[in-house]
Design a protein around this ligand. Structure first.
Ligand code: PRP
Length: 181
């Protein structure tokens, strides 16, 4: 395609498709929580900030936005130990909480956050991710999902490679030659 960055192999999810699915997710969340008062959305930095920014602008119910940032030691290892770099500003006890992720890959980040936030006694806890890779079954539910994608390195719409390509409006597959060189 004309204008595609040389790091990119192809566009996997075009901008219009992303926006259509984000609208659907926001509509579903707005329906599901219509009688629940203000919901508490937890964006997982950095990747989720673009998805979350679009999602909340399509919501028709009251909501609060907050962020967490976590860091994992040795992502490729089985332990995948995660530590909190930035925590929520407020207690979530008694709140209806949704964790908003850009991508679920191994699922370790979501699993860690889910267990940790559950221990803070929210009224309810659900998860929302824009994309999910076809890895082994997760030990946490993915309640709201935009797309399943193949197990390739993807960038754009918040997803990065070495902090590049995050602001592309679409999701694209990175050429393997970029991350193997
Ligand atoms: C990415 C993404 C998710 C996590 C998913 O974050 O934003 O939070 O990886 O991977 P997992 O399912 O294997 O745990 P990353 O650590 O790359 O940081 P970033 O969002 O700041 O780019």
């Amino acid at each position: 395609m004309n204008g595609l960055h040389p790091d990119l192999a192809r566009i996997l999810v075009p901008e219009e498709t992303i926006q259509a699915h984000v609208k659907v997710l926001a509509h579903q969340i707005s329906l599901d929580y219509a009688d629940k008062g203000t919901i508490y959305l937890v964006g997982v930095l950095r990747g989720a900030f673009i998805f979350l920014a679009d999602l909340v602008r399509y919501l028709t119910i009251p909501h609060v936005v907050d962020f967490m940032s976590v860091s994992s030691y040795g992502k490729s290892t089985e332990s995948g130990v995660v530590r909190i770099v930035l925590d929520l500003r407020e207690p979530i006890e008694g709140q209806h909480v949704i964790i908003v992720e850009d991508i679920v890959d191994s699922g370790k980040t979501l699993s860690y956050l889910y267990t940790m936030l559950k221990s803070r006694n929210p009224a309810s806890l659900r998860t929302c991710t824009l994309v999910q890779k076809p890895k082994r079954p997760l030990d946490v539910p993915v309640d709201y999902l935009g797309f399943k994608i193949p197990d390739v390195w993807v960038v754009g719409y918040g997803l990065d490679y070495a902090d590049k390509h995050r602001t592309l409006p679409y999701i694209a597959e990175l050429k393997p030659s970029v991350y193997t060189r």
